[in-house]
Design a protein around this ligand. Structure first.
Ligand code: HPA
Length: 271
């Protein structure tokens, strides 16, 4: 594990990623945001020895390093998923690579299904907390003490001070932003209507197949996390229609401007 991280750190340092204090993980259909960075440098996951590659359509599988608002940013354009068959500790590689490069704040984004009946396709949700029903945990296995403790606290995984500031920034800039709890299931099947009713009963507002492993690993090593879900569809059983990955990508594309505005706000004024 450490060898793979070290190989990634070396290649990314060669393109100046060691100046980045800000990390960005771009979810399904949201990867285009990385094109906003100036003076872009790329490192493909496939060119880093031992690094996994996501096979999900819409993921570009590379690190993008660049500048925005005078700050160096390292973005993952495409992430790995548990349902692709990787153990969850493998999902931690990108975040730990960022930690070793010096990243202090991480924005994680995803496409998610709306569980909260007040949401609609296109809603932007600030993640306040999460429920891990993925069936695993990225910190299972030998603890790497240099990253954090064996039994990490999870009471402020999505940094409360940053959330408070972001809600004010969003309101001041006329950006509509809900706040809610993200629940992760393993996928790759979308959930059943019964699972979504359960998710709602236990306090979830949105459901997806990613983000929680990366967030847990980031919190473990002391990176401050802000999480944004784009609700690309209402979750199973809410509307009388089947769910599809095409719908997810279409909504992501249709919401690109609002998503970009929110991420710009975070990178310019919050981070
Ligand atoms: N469920 C799980 N993951 C998702 C969904 C959903 O409805 N939409 C986008 N990602």
């Amino acid at each position: 594990m450490l060898e793979i991280i070290n190989a990634a750190v070396k290649q990314l340092t060669a393109v100046g990623a060691d100046k980045a204090k800000i990390g960005l993980i771009l979810g399904s259909g949201l990867g285009d945001y990385a094109e906003c960075l100036e003076n872009k440098r790329f490192v493909n996951y496939a060119d880093i020895k031992g690094y996994p590659v996501s096979e999900v359509h819409g993921h570009k599988n590379r690190f993008v390093v660049g500048e925005l608002y005078g700050k160096t940013v390292i973005a993952m354009q495409g992430r790995f998923h548990y349902y692709e068959g990787y153990p969850q500790n493998v999902l931690s590689l990108g975040v730990r690579t960022m930690k070793m490069l010096g990243v202090e704040k991480l924005l994680v984004t995803n496409a998610a299904g709306g569980v909260n009946l007040g949401y609609k396709s296109g809603t932007l949700m600030l993640i306040s907390d999460h429920i891990n029903l993925s069936g695993s945990n990225p910190l299972i296995g030998k603890n790497l003490d240099q990253f954090g403790p064996r039994f990490p606290d999870q009471s402020n995984v999505y940094d409360k001070a940053l959330r408070t500031q972001l809600k004010k920034l969003a309101a001041d800039n006329d950006v509509e932003l809900e706040e809610g709890v993200y629940l992760m299931m393993s996928g790759p099947c979308y959930e059943t209507p019964a699972e979504i009713r359960m998710a709602r009963t236990i306090g979830a507002d949105a459901v997806g197949m990613s983000t929680i492993p990366e967030t847990m690993v980031a919190a473990h090593c002391g990176i401050k996390v802000v999480g944004i879900s784009l609700i690309t569809n209402m979750a199973a059983g809410v509307l009388d229609q089947p769910l599809s990955h095409e719908e997810v990508n279409e909504t992501a594309a249709a919401s690109a401007i609002r998503f970009t505005n929110l991420v710009n706000l975070i990178l310019e004024k919050l981070f």
